[in-house]
Write a protein that binds this ligand. Sequence first.
Ligand code: ADP
Length: 376
Amino acid sequence: MTTPTREQLSQVLNRIRDPKSGRGVVEAGLIQGLVVKDGRVGFMIEVAADVAPLYEAVRAACEKAARAVRGVEAVTAVLTAEGSGGAPRPARASAGLRKEVLPERGTHAQALPGVGAIVAVASGKGGVGKSTVAVNLALALTRLGKRVGLMDADIYGPSVPHLLGLSGRPRSADGKMLEPMERYGLKAMSIGFLIDRDAPAVWRGPVATGALHQLLTQVSWGDLDVLVIDMPPGTGDIHLSLAQRVALTGAIIVSTPQDIALLDARKGIAMFRKVEVPVLGVIENMSLYVCPNCGHEAHLFGHGGARKAAAELETEFLGEIPLHLSIREGSDDGAPVVAAHPAGAEARAFIAIAERVAAQIDAGVASRPPPRIVIV
Ligand code: ADP
């Protein structure tokens, strides 16, 4: 089936009226970032923050209209609040958030129905093994008997499908909620299942965060004890917006032992604290190298830096993961080490960390009042 053009979509969308101006939504300039690619359509509806709730119905109508177009298989329509009803808080302004007005944490941070704890796995910079740790940690939690979901929030470089050896498209029973994919007893969702490899790069800033938020809240996770979120690397708008929109139980920072990575890890910790997300602790990855031939142990990138940094920053040191070929191979083969060799030393390292994380969750790290669920 042929994919409709952007112009065709624009025409169809323009039949929906902007309740304020009475004009078509395209003409009224509400539709931004319209992307049409291989039967998939994405756009955002940008409205002033104070009227955003009124426009949920418009968003839903646009989504429905776009979906009804021949050749359209999936639609991601995101409502984005532009402008400000009041002065932005200085903390947000300095954190680099532009444009988007985010709900205050604690008042609007949204819980996910049926999901017990939401844990973000983050890193100050890319390449430290964050995704590898997130996937194996999620699997380790399943081995402790937890019901676990894994959300790939790395919208610019989704790697969870590859790491879990998953492909294909998630199903939707009702055309609204997506069924998560499943592998190794883990439920998983990734923007990588929905968008072509080059498409995520099209989305920037508010569109990216909006799409991610929508994806997170429109998955039928079912009952989960823990949802692990593999965050994008670094500290940016997406992190802040997610932290403010979704009721995160806590964040885990992955770092390698080098000073430079640790410096970035500190930034990550500072960012989560600023938005009042408890930091559950730090994991040192690629900590110890054990030569597979002779068993010789070497600390290629130094050692103990993350433990020291965790102590200084008054957060828990959750453990260390060795640098090991089986970990990389497992990732490449879509068979993470915890699933492929659960009794091995590397898997045991992940399971020990999972026990510490589970203990913190069970002890109720987030012993703050439950967030209010707001449906606009
Ligand atoms: P990030 O998510 O931080 O960008 P990845 O998880 O994609 O990092 O890991 C980067 C690379 O390092 C991948 O090739 C991965 O297989 C490898 N890797 C990560 N952790 C380890 C480890 N402990 N031992 C060996 N290889 C690792």
